[in-house]
Design a protein around this ligand. Structure first.
Ligand code: DAH
Length: 337
C-alpha cells in the first residue's frame, strides 16, 4: 500500500505540473483528492492492513494528501497569475494607435457666430433666441411692414399657413424682446432665417444677427461707436466704417453700413468689386411706430437696431468666395478652418 501511495503521489504531482489551466488543474484535483477520488479509493484498502499498522499507514496517507494539497494550491496560484497576465496583455488598449484619426471641429459658421456673440456679450448685451417658425405679426406687421407694403418684396418669404411663416429676418426678435423687457435694452439675437432665394450667391437658409439698444438719449453716434468697435475687432484695427442713407420700414432714419476692404485697404480689388468698400449690414434709429407698438414711449426712449448676415461676415473673415460653400459640408473645404 505504501508503494501505491508513493506511485499515486508521483502521478498526481506530474499531472499538477502539466496542468495548463486552472480548470484543468481543478479536474486533476477532483480525480485525486475528491470524495470518490483515487486517494479515497486507496483508503478503502485500509481494511486489508493489519490493525497495528493502520495508524502509521493513515499518517502516510494524510501526509501525502497534505503534500498534494500544497502542490495544488501553489500551482493554482501560478496558473491564476499567468492567466491574469495573459488576459491583461490580450486586452490591453493601445491608446496611441488612433493618433492620426481626424479630430472634429466647429463649422466656420458656428465658430464665427460664437466669436460674434462673445464680442457683444463682452459689451453687456443680452442674447435672445427667437422662433424660426414665426407669425406674420412679429416678422412684418409689428415692424411697420403692413400686408400691402412693397418692402415685403425685398424678402421673398416662405409662408406655411395664413399668418404663419419661416422668419425672413431676425428683426422679429426685436419685437418679442421689447414686449417682455423694458428699457434700458441691449440685446442681440443670432439665428437662422429663410428666404425663397437660391442661386450662386444666395442660399434659401442663412444666418443673421440682430442687435437692439433702447434707452434714454440713444443716437446715431452710439450706433456708429459700437459698429466702429465691431468692425475694428473683426476686420482689423485700421478698418473704416461708412454710413450710407437707406430705407428699412422699422428704422427712421435708416442706413446701410460699409467697411473699408481689408484686402486692398480701399484701393479696389476683386473682393470689394473695385469699390474699396464692403457692405456688411443694415441699421438705423428704431422707428417710433415700432417702439409704440411694443409699448415703449418714443418720446421718452430712443434706440438703434442693426442686422447682418453671419454667413457674410464668415466669408469676409475667411475669404470664402461664396455662401454655398458653407452649406455643402464638403470636408475638404471644412478641414481648412
Ligand atoms: N432685417 C434687415 C434685413 O434682413 C436687416 C436690418 C436692417 C435689421 C436694419 C435691422 C435694421 O435691425 O435696423 O435685411
Amino acid at each position: 500500500m505504501e508503494e501505491q501511495i508513493a506511485k499515486l503521489t508521483e502521478d498526481c504531482s506530474a499531472e499538477i505540473a502539466s496542468a495548463a489551466s486552472e480548470s484543468e488543474l481543478y479536474s486533476v484535483k477532483v480525480r485525486y483528492l475528491g470524495k470518490s477520488g483515487l486517494i479515497s479509493e486507496l483508503m478503502k484498502g485500509m481494511r486489508n492492513v493489519p490493525p497495528e499498522q493502520r495508524p502509521a499507514m493513515g499518517k502516510i496517507v494524510n501526509e501525502a494528501r497534505s503534500a498534494l494539497e500544497a502542490r495544488f494550491s501553489a500551482r493554482g496560484k501560478e496558473l491564476h497569475d499567468k492567466e491574469l497576465a495573459d488576459r491583461l496583455a490580450a486586452e490591453k488598449i493601445d491608446i496611441t494607435i488612433d493618433r492620426n484619426r481626424p479630430v472634429g471641429r466647429l463649422h466656420p459658421l458656428s465658430s464665427v457666430k460664437k466669436r460674434l456673440v462673445d464680442f457683444f456679450v463682452s459689451m453687456g448685451f443680452d442674447v435672445m433666441d427667437g422662433p424660426e417658425v414665426e407669425t406674420d405679426y412679429y416678422n412684418f406687421e409689428a415692424l411697420n411692414v403692413p400686408k400691402d407694403h412693397p418692402a415685403r418684396d425685398m424678402q421673398d418669404t416662405f409662408f406655411i399657413d395664413e399668418g404663419i411663416l419661416l422668419r425672413s429676418q431676425t428683426s422679429a426678435s426685436q419685437v418679442r424682446y421689447m414686449e417682455k423687457v423694458k428699457p434700458p435694452i441691449k440685446m442681440i439675437s443670432p439665428g437662422r432665417v429663410f428666404r425663397n432665394d437660391d442661386d450662386a450667391t444666395h442660399s434659401p437658409v442663412f444666418h443673421q444677427l440682430e442687435g437692439l439698444v433702447v434707452d434714454k438719449g440713444i443716437t446715431m453716434c452710439d450706433l456708429k461707436g459700437i459698429l466702429d468697435m465691431f468692425a475694428k475687432h473683426f476686420f482689423g484695427k485700421d478698418t473704416q466704417v461708412r454710413f450710407r442713407p437707406s430705407y428699412f420700414p422699422f428704422t427712421e432714419p435708416s442706413v446701410e453700413v460699409d467697411v473699408s476692404c481689408a484686402m486692398c485697404h480701399g484701393a479696389g480689388c476683386r473682393i470689394c468689386k473695385g469699390t474699396g468698400w464692403i457692405e456688411i449690414l443694415g441699421a438705423g434709429i428704431v422707428n417710433r411706430k415700432v417702439l409704440r407698438t411694443c409699448g415703449i414711449d418714443p418720446d421718452e426712449y430712443t434706440g438703434f437696431a442693426f442686422g447682418f448676415g453671419i454667413d457674410r461676415i464668415a466669408n469676409i473673415i475667411h475669404s470664402i468666395p461664396h455662401i454655398k460653400l458653407l452649406y455643402e459640408n464638403d470636408v475638404r473645404f471644412l478641414r481648412q478652418f
